[in-house]
Design a protein around this ligand. Sequence first.
Ligand SMILES: C[S@@+](CC[C@H](N)C(=O)[O-])C[C@H]1O[C@@H](n2cnc3c(N)ncnc32)[C@H](O)[C@@H]1O
Length: 283
Amino acid sequence: MDGTVGGGGHAAAILQASAPTGRLLGCDRDGAALEAAGRRLAEYAGRLELRQANFADLTGWVGPESCDGVLLDLGVSSPQLDWPERGFSFQQDGPLDMRMDQQQLLTAADLVNDASVLELTRLFRELGEEPAAARLARRIDEARRLARLVSTRELAALIERVKPRRGRRLHPATRVFQALRMAVNDELGSLRRGLAVALEVLKPGGRLAVITFHSVEDRVVKAFGNEQARDYVTGGAVDVPELRQPVAPRVRWVSRKAIQPAPAEVAANPRARSAQLRVMEKC
Ligand SMILES: C[S@@+](CC[C@H](N)C(=O)[O-])C[C@H]1O[C@@H](n2cnc3c(N)ncnc32)[C@H](O)[C@@H]1O
C-alpha cells in the first residue's frame, strides 16, 4: 500500500521491485497528482489500483492484515510546490490555497483572514515551531483589517518585513507556511489515524515505512512506534514499574534511529535534505 502516491516515484520502484506478481494499492488526497501518477504508472495497470483518498480512511477499502508493506511519504509533492496556483509555495505568487484535496472547502486564506490572533499564534507555534508566532499573528491581524490577504507573496512579504531574511538561513516564511498547510489539511490528525489504520491492514511481519520532513510529524511517528513497541501498559496516570501490566508488543523497530539521506542523494535532490525514514515491523 502506498498511502501517498504523489508523482508515483516510489510506486514505480515498488512495482518494479515486486515484479512480476506484486500488487500495489495506491492513494493520494490530491486528484491532480493521482491523474498524473496514473499516466506515469500506466505500464503497471494490471498490478495497480489507484484511488483518491486520505490514507487515514483506508479501512473501507483495504482489508485487515492484507498488506506486506505500507508506505507513507508525508507532506507535499514537488508538483504541488511547483504549481503556483496551488498556493503551497512562498517562492512563487499564487492564491492562499494549500488544499491537497481541492474538493475540500477550507483554504489557507480562510485561516489567515478569519482565525483569531490566539488561534494563529497557536498554529504557528505548535505546527510551525515558529519563535515569533505571536508577533506574526498580530501583524497579520493589523494587515487583514485593512484588506483581506489573498496571495502567497503578499503573506511572505509581510513575514519578511517582521522577520528580515538573514543570510542563507531558513526563509522567514517557511515555518508559517508549514503551519498553515498542516492546519488546512489536518495533517497531524490524518497521520495519527493513518498510523493506527496502517497497523490494522498490515499482515504480521509486514512493514510500515514513514518518511517525514520536519520534527513535528517525526515526533508523532516516533512516539507511536515507541508506544506500540512497548511490552507493557501503564496502569495509572504515572509510569512506575509497580503499576505496569505486561502486554504483547504490536511492533518492533527495524532500525532504532531514523534513516537519513546520504550526501549524494541530497546533492541530487535538495528537497530530500530534511527527510527522515522510520520503519517498524508488525509483530
Ligand atoms: C512527498 S509527496 C509523495 C511523493 C511520492 N512518494 C512520489 O514518489 O512521487 C506527498 C504526497 O502525499 C499526499 N498526501 C499527504 N497527506 C495525505 C493523506 N493524509 N492521505 C493521502 N495523501 C496524502 C500529498 O497530496 C502528496 O501528493
